[in-house]
Unconditional design. Sequence first.
Length: 190
Amino acid sequence: MSVSVLDMSMSLDGYIADPHDFLGGDDGERLHKWADAKDESGQPSAVVEQFQAEWKAAGAVIAGRRTAELMDHWGGDHGGAPIFVPSHRPPGPAARWGYPLVTYVTDGIDSAMAQAKAAAGDRDVQVRGAYTGQRALAAGVLDEVQIHQVPVLLGEGRRLFDVLPSLIELQIVRVIDTPEATHIRYRVPR
């Protein structure tokens, strides 16, 4: 059975990007440096390899329009997985004509999630973007949240959970602590 997972790197003070959409400061990638961690032999660390395997195993991706456009729709697919973009506006030319694995869904997050899960089969659906994650939580279609909490305080920027419909209790599924980040996976109970 497919599981939808919001997977985001986040500063300790709750930011996923600085005010200019850089991913954690002037260098643009501070919040993702943990994914470059190497072992003693210079290879990706076992933790990094574990997360890379999870991402590559995803059967589909749901991304907010802003995220999809900032990432140029990942060149038309997300590691071979189809991308579903919930949006009230039609896609731009690249997504409309150049990216056959990108589908803009105009009838809401519920429909986007249903289409993504159908495309994913029994593999996970990766959810990308704060707004989309918030909408999926509010609609009750998000199954899990995975946070890569980076030990940095950005002080300002775009928060991951800026607007929520109400209190949402989560269940911790897994915690992996590394010097670069603490990786916490939560289940969203129904």
